[in-house]
Ligand binder design. Structure first.
Ligand code: SAM
Length: 221
């Protein structure tokens, strides 16, 4: 999978990925709107080109309150994100070319007000989805929001992901309709954040194309 050209779907206005992007951005905007006054922290796991967060921050009233870390492995995508950051003058946004599955990337940013896990759950095993949801209890502050995605193709894991969040102390804020053509969820953490486990690996990014060979047809992640 070429994860740079994967993002080209965002340039096709009729693609379901663009509709997914707009849904994610609406949840990011809503989370920022309801955040308490003062400094805010945002982390994005497997951030890609960062269009979801950066396009919202560009003109959001809280933009200068936000310190963010975007972690993405492909340097072509981080270069794209860096350019968005520069163009928007977002001085507290850090784009890191690194392995987002490692908890050490987030230890000094946790617990964050907003955690983005978009384009991950469709590309990792069920055990790794659950491990990552579990880690959100350390990555997310009390009252903070996790925005996540998962395709709705078979096996449709969205109900299970919601259940995993529920059992970890998250309340469902919003979920896309089953027939939307994508899956986007926003969960608010009502529990007490746990310490981030040092030097832990949350997932192995297998890729939906590889997973599809071992499961039923997947989707866009
Ligand atoms: C499906 S894309 C999603 C990108 C972005 N979050 C979005 O929703 O637009 C998945 C991204 O994860 C990146 N990726 C894969 N494995 C990674 C890893 N171990 N650490 C960081 N990024 C990774 C890929 O390069 C790709 O840009």
């Amino acid at each position: 999978m070429d994860w740079r050209s994967w993002h080209d779907q965002y340039d096709r206005p009729d693609s379901s990925l663009v509709r997914r992007l707009r849904a994610v951005q609406a949840q990011i905007r809503a989370a920022l709107d309801r955040s308490p006054a003062g400094p805010l922290r945002v982390v994005s796991l497997c951030a890609g080109q960062g269009r979801d967060l950066l396009e919202v921050l560009a003109d959001h009233p809280r933009r200068d309150d936000v310190r963010a870390r975007l972690v993405e492995l492909d340097p072509r995508n981080t270069a794209f994100a860096e350019e968005l950051v520069r163009a928007a003058g977002l001085h507290q946004v850090e784009v890191v070319t690194a392995d987002a599955s490692l908890t050490d990337q987030y230890r000094d940013m946790a617990p964050a007000d907003l955690v983005l896990v978009c384009g991950v759950f469709g590309n990792v095993t069920d055990a790794d989805i659950e491990r990552t949801v579990d880690a959100c209890t350390a990555l997310c502050r009390n009252g903070g929001t996790v925005v996540w995605t998962r395709h709705r193709g078979a096996p449709d894991r969205v109900p299970l992901v919601c259940e995993w969040f529920r059992t970890r102390g998250f309340e469902l804020e919003w979920l896309s309709e089953p027939d939307a053509g994508f899956g986007v969820g926003a969960h608010r953490f009502i529990g007490a954040p746990q310490p981030v486990a040092p030097a832990a690996r949350l997932f192995t990014f297998v890729g939906y194309d590889v997973l599809r060979r071992t499961e039923e047809p997947a989707g866009d992640g």
